[in-house]
Design a protein around this ligand. Structure first.
Ligand code: MEV
Length: 294
């Protein structure tokens, strides 16, 4: 059995979602192949892989992941691998998979929200803590609750650019948390991001690329205040704004990737490749994680 798992992007609301504010995410048409291969040697695993294997009572397996996307790019790799291992062994419903994968991720990381695991499980556009769409499921942890719904709308073309360095979700979430606990500035930012997300959902439902881009720019400016952008991210965002409708970091930041809504795609891709960035010319997809015999 091979599991095909989509990477994910957050269009609006990363970090704010950790505190229960709304966010809009989507699965993208970049699928990793995940297989379990028997292995007699005890191999090195990252803590989240180890925890997932022990949850399933598995030993002596090697987890093979084929993707062109670097880990630490903010595109959901760890959630995909956890969900992929679970799914290759059991027939979970999408909801069970989202819950179990989040529990394992949370136990390993000790922080964060269930946005990545829910998006990868459900596929399509996923709204967290908003009023639009078709209800999916709710998940609660430590007094914060997240309700998910599916936003049925046309897929959106995206250019995703790897900034060249990995970002650590754990570090960036902890950094933002310090801000959040210190006073009202961070809370005001989170609540503005919440409003941007709500407007963003309406723009995505109407397919208004110009508006989506404008709101992405606003969301990026708010995130920058937390110190989670980098020089490379800013360079890419500048190019993205010149040849696209808008651009922002996606995921935790501190490295990782930028998403751009392309306007003049030929020029955009040409410029980014000339600058030697790893670029993915892709789109959102309605498919979530699935498995089949190869
Ligand atoms: C990670 O993809 C998004 C963050 O909001 C963390 C989380 O929600 O777990 C930064």
């Amino acid at each position: 059995m091979v599991v095909y798992s989509p990477h994910k992007v957050i269009l609006f609301g990363e970090h704010a979602v950790v505190y229960g504010y709304p966010a809009l995410s989507a699965a993208v048409d970049l699928f990793a192949k995940i297989y379990l291969i028997p292995s007699r040697t005890g191999l090195q695993y990252t803590p989240f892989v180890q925890r997932t294997l022990s949850y399933l009572g598995l030993r002596n397996v090697y987890v093979k992941v084929e993707t062109r996307v670097p880990s630490g790019s903010g595109l959901g790799t760890s959630s995909m691998i956890i969900a992929g291992i679970l799914m290759s062994e059991r027939d979970f419903t999408k909801e069970q998979l989202a819950r179990e994968a989040f529990n394992i991720e949370y136990e390993t990381q000790g922080l964060g929200s269930p946005i990545d695991t829910s998006t990868i499980s459900a596929g399509g556009f996923v709204l967290t803590n908003g009023s639009e769409g078709i209800p999916l499921w709710s998940i609660e942890k430590n007094g914060i609750s997240w309700s998910f719904s599916s936003i049925p709308t046309r897929n959106l073309e995206l250019v995703i650019v790897y900034s060249g360095s990995k970002g650590s979700t754990r570090e960036q979430v902890a950094k933002v948390r310090k801000f959040y606990e210190r006073g009202s500035l961070a809370r005001d930012i989170m609540s503005r991001i919440g409003n941007i997300t709500e407007e963003g959902v309406r723009a995505v439902m109407r397919g208004e690329k110009e508006k989506i881009g404008e709101l992405m720019n606003e969301n990026h400016s708010e995130l920058k205040v937390f110190g989670i952008s980098t020089e490379q991210i800013e360079k890419i965002v500048t190019v993205g704004r010149e040849y696209g409708y808008g651009a922002k970091l996606t995921g935790a930041g501190g490295g990782g990737a930028v998403i751009i809504i392309p306007r003049d795609k030929g020029k955009l891709l040409g410029k980014l490749r000339e600058m030697n960035y790893l670029v993915f010319d892709t789109a959102t997809t309605s498919a979530g994680i699935f498995k089949r015999a190869e």
